[in-house]
Write a protein that binds this ligand. Sequence first.
Ligand code: ARG
Length: 249
Amino acid sequence: MKKIIALTLALMLTVCCLAGCGGGEANENTLTMATNAEFPPFEYLEGEEIVGADVDIANAIAEKLGKTLEITNIDFDAALTGAATGKYDVAIAGVTATDERRQNMGFTDDYYTASQAIIVTADSAIKSAADLTGKTVSCQEGTTGEQYLLDNGYSVQSFKTGAEAISALTAGKVDAVVIDDAVARALSSKQEGKTVVLDEALTEEAYAIVTKLGNDELIAEINGALAELKAEGKLAEIFEKYELPYDAE
Ligand code: ARG
């Protein structure tokens, strides 16, 4: 009898351990975050390390929630799906809160305002959105930039990363890149003057944090943390560190 009890206990312990070790699973003391570190200055790799404004914001939120942040770097569409299905607590990746996405993901309050921008080569005849008609444009797969191009009938070439999208431009394979404005500037600044960002906003968008739809408890907790960070001037400080224009109202 004793043996059976001992065995049962041992088995229960094993099962509990296995359940607790399911990678990416939500744990009381951990905030799991999916991102796509191909989006400077919001998230990018510095050597092996994932850094950027979103990472600083995520760390500040986790600290307020008393949790340890655990970041997983994956494709952008996988980050969205991962948070929507609850594989990760959140996706923080410069994600635009759109009505379409709201159908199957939860969103916190907005924390940053952005728009889509056009990158062209320095010698390009394209000077505005009007000149884009009939052109081939590259973008990052699964993004609002891609959606904009598809909705407006452009010939689209989508890449896993914005860096590949801009490489297609400098290689002469496409006529322009459409990507979020701050990221356009960051990526373009690395092209040694070969590219420029046009001074025209194609859209108006707001970034928010993605959760599983209906995870209202977590959304409320994060909104509370965001409001505090805003009031404390911490958000403004983070955006300033990454040279991101920010209007703290
Ligand atoms: N704001 C755009 C969107 O939501 C692009 C975000 C891409 N983010 C990234 N980390 N690659 O679709």
